[in-house]
Each structure stands twice: as structure tokens, then as C-alpha cells.
Design a protein around this ligand. Structure first.
Ligand code: PHE
Length: 442
């Protein structure tokens, strides 16, 4: 076991896995997905999937990591003595690889916005936040490639230096600060003229807005925000100490994720109607709307800058978990290889992220399958590889692992959660995932 990456307390583990979970998924992806797939109806489906599917799956990934205590392209063999099942680990590895490829595009946008706002402040230029032109910035291929390069570089440096622990400590105050900022934005948004329509759109579920596609994307969204099916959470749990508490950790991560997603929705939707945007703006939604909201505040630029830095921090604690999974699998937890592996993986990610970033500029005309190259990368990960990975693990846990062993690792069971959880994993969730999965191909 890799000493450097082992957490001594369960707080370290919770902070790291919460850091992995809470990121662009809740704040950037949730509002734009909800905007496309029915607002309140999407929120309702997302909540149902997160609580009844995501939470048990997260507990499952934590249990597997705690039991197997090794990297995830080996853990399935170690637990079942069947080598071919390591394919589930490789599926997860592929998923995070592609995921990092398009995640870094958005990380890059945050960095570009940080420079933009900082420059405006330093030069006292008469440009104001309201004039930030999303299309002009994101349509610049060179700028966006540089932005995402910096994002990947930052992630790589953190992982290479093994300073994740410092980051986790910092997240103790950065995350609460981000919450406070979100609440302030919500209040500002709700007091804008014309905000009530947007509020209604996100809070009022209209049954006629529920579509098969919406169901599929809502499931994908809960997988994405909870980092499920990539085995990333299994990796973190495999580093955790014996005292880690599976249920409390999983419940608190799910609760925080739901809270951040709802706050992001409450911050964005009222502003959408107040400023006359369409909810269906797509991936640029948050970046188009937020500057307008901050523009209405006293010291708006300064606050926006701080918010962007906190947002970048949340994105980085997720992206390091993406790179960490590759590092752990390819070094087989041998620390000596950490730097070269982190370097090679980052270079490869940078290469695959270029077509993703160009989906918003020179390659924007290319449309197939789920949409642009960027959309297809996201679809492949969130709607195919993640559900497949989670399905594989439910089958291993429900059909091949010993119930007594599972129970022992599940920990003290004051509320008698083990049996319902076990039967859910054994009988119900594999069927739910297969059904939703199959429907998309019909
Ligand atoms: N959960 C992260 C987010 O919402 C993304 C992620 C997925 C991170 C899978 C690691 C593994 O931003």
C-alpha cells in the first residue's frame, strides 16, 4: 500500500472524496442539463436517482475499496479470483481519461475568466462584467487550448508533488466559503426583476416535461456528480484507514452534492429569466449568466473573481481524483513511478482535450450522435461507461462476494441498513441500470 497516499483519519478520506464529488458536475453541469431536460422535472428525477441509486452505489464503491485495498485494475481479481473482471477497473480508467479530457475544457474556461476579470480590475478598463462576451472568449481556439493546458498542468503539479493533503486541508475553509458565495448569488438572483419565472421553472416539476432522454441524462448526472462507476471512489476508499465510516461518509457526500446542485439551480434559473436568456443555452449557461448577476452587486468584479477562484479550487479537487486514478492504476501504487506516469497521462489527456475544446470554435460544425465532439465525449462517459462500470460492480458485489465479508466491511449497523442495501445492490439496481441503459438504444 502506498504510504504517502494513505489517510490516517477518516476526515482526510471524507474531504478527499467530497472534493472529488463536488465540482463542475453540481455547479456547471446540473443547471445546463436541467435547463435542457425540463427544469423542475429534471430536478425531481435527479433527486430520486441520487438518493435511491447513487447513494447505495456510493456505499458499494466505498465497501469494495475498503475490502480490496488495492488499485482498481487489480481489485476485482483480488476480491473474486477472476482476472477477467479487472475489465471493470479498465472501463473506469478509460472513463476518467475521457472525462478529464472534456472536464479540462471547462476548467480552462474558469482560468480564462479569472484572467479576464483580474485584467479588467487591474487596468480599470471601462469594460464591465456585463460586457463579457462568452462566445468571443470561448470561440478563440488558441486561448481555450492555453486555458485547458494550464488547468491540466495545475492538476499534474498537485498530483506529482503529492500535495493533495494540503489541498484537502484547504478545502475545509474553501468549500464553506463557496457555499456562502452560492447563497449570496441565490439571494441576488432572486431579487432581480423577472426572476420568479425562472424560480418556478426549476422548482415546479411538470410531468409532461419528463422524457426518456431526460431520465437517461438525470441518471447520468447523478453518476457524474457522485463520481460513480469510474472506480474513482473505490480508489479513494482503498487508501482510507480502517476507521472510515461508509454510511456517514456516503450520506454526507450525497447531501452536500444535492445541496450544491440545488443552490446552483436557484442561482442560475431566476437570473436566466431576469436577463432574458434561454434555459437551453447548453454548456455555456453558467458562464453567460453569472457575470450579469455579479455586475448588479457592489464590488461585483472583486466578488466574481473570488467566486471564480473558489470554483476553480472545487474543479481541481475533482480533477486530481481523475488523474490520481490513472496514477494509482499505472504505477500499481509504486510511488517511484508517480511523476513519470502523472506526466504521460497528463500529456495524453491534453491531446484528447483539444478536439473537445475546439467543439466550441473551429470544430463546432461537427455534429453526430449526441451532438458536438464535446457532447459525445460527455455522453460516452456519463451515459455509457459510468453506468456500465457501476453495473459491473453491482454484479460482482451482489453475485460473487460473500455477504458476511461485505457486512463486516460495511461497519456498525445501528440503523439496520445493511440488508436493504444488500438486496438493492443484488436485485434491484442492476435491473434499473440495465433498463435505462437499454432504453436509450431503442
Ligand atoms: N464528480 C465530479 C464533479 O462533479 C466529476 C468526477 C467524476 C470526478 C468521476 C471524478 C470521477 O465534478
Amino acid at each position: 500500500m502506498n504510504k504517502q497516499s494513505q489517510w490516517k483519519s477518516s476526515t482526510g478520506f471524507i474531504l478527499a472524496s467530497a472534493g472529488s464529488a463536488i465540482g463542475l458536475g453540481a455547479m456547471w453541469k446540473f443547471p445546463y442539463m436541467a435547463g435542457i431536460y425540463g427544469g423542475g422535472a429534471f430536478l425531481l428525477m435527479f433527486l430520486a436517482f441520487t438518493i435511491f441509486v447513487g447513494l447505495p452505489l456510493l456505499m458499494m464503491e466505498f465497501t469494495v475499496g475498503k475490502m480490496g485495498k488495492t488499485y482498481t485494475t487489480k481489485i476485482y481479481e483480488k476480491l473474486t479470483q477472476k482476472k477477467w473482471l479487472n475489465i471493470i477497473g479498465w472501463n473506469g480508467n478509460l472513463a476518467v481519461f475521457v472525462l478529464f479530457g472534456f472536464y479540462s475544457v471547462i476548467g480552462g474556461w474558469i482560468i480564462i475568466y479569472i484572467f479576464n476579470v483580474a485584467l479588467q480590475m487591474i487596468t480599470f478598463s471601462d469594460d464591465n462584467l456585463g460586457n463579457i462576451q462568452f462566445e468571443a472568449i470561448i470561440g478563440n481556439p488558441f486561448l481555450t487550448i492555453v486555458g485547458q493546458g494550464i488547468f491540466i498542468l495545475l492538476t499534474m503539479i498537485i498530483v506529482m508533488m503529492g500535495v493533495e493533503k494540503g489541498l484537502e486541508k484547504a478545502s475545509k475553509f474553501m468549500m464553506p466559503l463557496l457555499f456562502i458565495f452560492l447563497i449570496v448569488i441565490v439571494i441576488k438572483s432572486l431579487t432581480l426583476d423577472g426572476s420568479m419565472e425562472g424560480l418556478k421553472y426549476i422548482l415546479q416539476p411538470r410531468l409532461e416535461d419528463i422524457s426518456m432522454q431526460g431520465i437517461l441524462f438525470a441518471l447520468g448526472q447523478s453518476f457524474f456528480t457522485l463520481s460513480l462507476g469510474t472506480t474513482g471512489m473505490i480508489t479513494y476508499a482503498s487508501y482510507a484507514s480502517k476507521e472510515m465510516t461508509i454510511k456517514t461518509s456516503a450520506i454526507s457526500i450525497v447531501a452536500m452534492n444535492i445541496l450544491v446542485s440545488i443552490l446552483a439551480g436557484l442561482a442560475i434559473f431566476p437570473a436566466i429569466t431576469a436577463f432574458g436568456y434561454k434555459p437551453t443555452e447548453g454548456p455555456g449557461l453558467l458562464f453567460k449568466v453569472l457575470p450579469k448577476v455579479f455586475d448588479q452587486m457592489a464590488f461585483g468584479s472583486g466578488f466574481y473573481l473570488i467566486f471564480l477562484i473558489l470554483f476553480l479550487f472545487a474543479a481541481l479537487t475533482s480533477s486530481i481524483s481523475l488523474l490520481e486514478l490513472n496514477v494509482s492504476n499505472f504505477t500499481k501504487n509504486d510511488n517511484a513511478k508517480r511523476k513519470p506516469v502523472a506526466f504521460c497521462a497528463s500529456v495524453l489527456v491534453f491531446m484528447i482535450s483539444i478536439p473537445a475544446t475546439l467543439s466550441f470554435s473551429s470544430l463546432s460544425g461537427i455534429h453526430f450522435g449526441a451532438g458536438t465532439i464535446f457532447d459525445n465525449m460527455d455522453f460516452l462517459v456519463s451515459n455509457i461507461l459510468m453506468p456500465l462500470g457501476a453495473l459491473g460492480t453491482t454484479l460482482v458485489v451482489g453475485q460473487l462476494l460473500n455477504k458476511k465479508d461485505l457486512k463486516a466491511h460495511f461497519g456498525k449497523d445501528k440503523f439496520k441498513l445493511f440488508m436493504p442495501w444488500y438486496y438493492l445492490i443484488k436485485f434491484v439496481l442492476p435491473i434499473v441500470i440495465v433498463l435505462i441503459f437499454v432504453v436509450q438504444f431503442i
